[in-house]
Design a protein around this ligand. Structure first.
Ligand SMILES: Nc1nc2c(ncn2[C@@H]2O[C@H](COP(=O)(O)OP(=O)(O)OP(=O)(O)O)[C@@H](O)[C@H]2O)c(=O)[nH]1
Ligand SMILES: [Mg+2]
Length: 317
């Protein structure tokens, strides 16, 4: 390339790098420094790019890609790359960042990775999701063991996975969908959506669309319909569907191994999307357990009053 071409390319690169830094700064401002990390559960079908997304998110924060969550594929041989519940706390994933001391001050989330779940909306799937969302599954549990426990123990599950103060309860759910597959896991989306709102807590749900570098179609209309279908099934706003390409086989080779410089375009999409998802003003609704009891007590009082009035009326007339 000639000098003019080189200069142009350099100018574009430095502009992208500047936008990357601004996007990270915006994320830091948004999450703040309060000392209560959010717990985020990453859910989706096998191979949709959950673990790659976690590595991409961490790379976009630290500026350097590393393989924290093991990603990969067995080429359709029916095996999961991730087969347990793994938790990534900021103490672990920021450890190697160049500006670790500065970053550690901020309220970065704890991220829960797990193996892909099959596309079902049955009792066992919902039971599994409820256990995950209420934080009752211990770290590093094998998913297949939990599913067996659910099948075998049914109602006795509460004894096996008790509710405790120490449970790491989920504050955000991210449902991951791959853009390279035209069929949506509608049953699983429905199960996650209803489990996010059942029980005592209403947990905010978000979407991440991975593999946008390899979409299933080149037809714009078809692609837009696909996106609007994801939003409808998850019941989310457009800004709550993060679209990205992950660091993966196809682009990791582009990174310069010696300097390990990230690809700014990948980081910018992820940082901007996460700024929306980690917004502390989006809160988990904790339902007031006593409200229904108070209503019952109120109802009984009204009933007693009515009975008393009827008795007095009868006595008088
Ligand atoms: N082209 C492309 N490939 C991707 C992208 N993200 C992930 N992949 C590839 O998709 C495959 C599966 O990625 P994983 O991150 O292991 O998927 P997973 O959802 O964690 O899979 P399980 O843990 O087995 O459920 C790997 O071969 C990745 O390299 C992406 O954005 N673009
Ligand atoms: Mg995985």
């Amino acid at each position: 390339m000639n000098d003019a071409g080189d200069n142009y390319e350099e100018a574009i690169q430095s502009q992208r790098e500047r936008i990357r830094r601004e996007s990270l700064e915006e994320l830091l401002q948004r999450i703040g420094k309060e000392d209560t990390p959010l717990n985020i559960a990453i859910i989706g079908m096998p191979g949709c790019g959950k673990s790659s997304f976690i590595n991409t998110l961490i790379a976009s924060i630290t500026g350097e890609w590393r393989s924290y969550a093991m990603a990969g594929s067995f080429g359709g041989m029916g095996e999961h790359k991730t087969n347990h519940i793994a938790m990534y706390r900021k103490e672990k994933y920021l450890k190697h960042a160049r500006d670790v001391e500065h970053l550690m001050e901020f309220n970065f989330p704890t991220i829960l990775d797990m193996s892909g779940i099959s596309d079902a909306n049955d009792k066992d799937t919902k039971m599994f999701l409820d256990l995950v969302f209420s934080g009752r599954i211990p770290e590093n549990s094998r998913i297949s063991d939990i599913l067996n426990h659910i099948r075998e123990n049914g109602e006795r599950l509460n004894n096996l996975y008790p509710l405790a103060e120490s449970n790491i309860r989920v504050d955000r759910i991210i449902f991951v969908v791959s853009a390279s597959n035209s069929s949506l896991p509608e049953n699983l989306m429905q199960a996650v959506r209803s489990s996010s709102r059942s029980g005592q807590r209403d947990i905010p749900l978000f979407g991440v669309l991975t593999k946008i570098d390899a979409p299933f179609t080149s037809e714009e209309n078809e692609y837009q319909e696909f996106i609007s279908s994801i939003r409808t099934h998850l019941g989310i706003l457009d800004i709550h569907l993060l679209r990205c390409t992950n660091y993966c086989d196809v682009n990791l080779r582009e990174m310069n191994d010696e300097i390990r410089k990230n690809i700014p375009n990948i980081d910018i999409s992820v940082l901007r999307g996460m700024t929306q998802i980690l917004d502390p003003s989006i809160t988990v609704v904790e339902y007031n357990r006593s409200t229904s009891n108070q209503m019952d007590a109120g109802g009984i009082l009204v009933l007693a009053f009515v009975i008393l009035m009827i008795s007095i009326f009868r006595m008088l007339f």
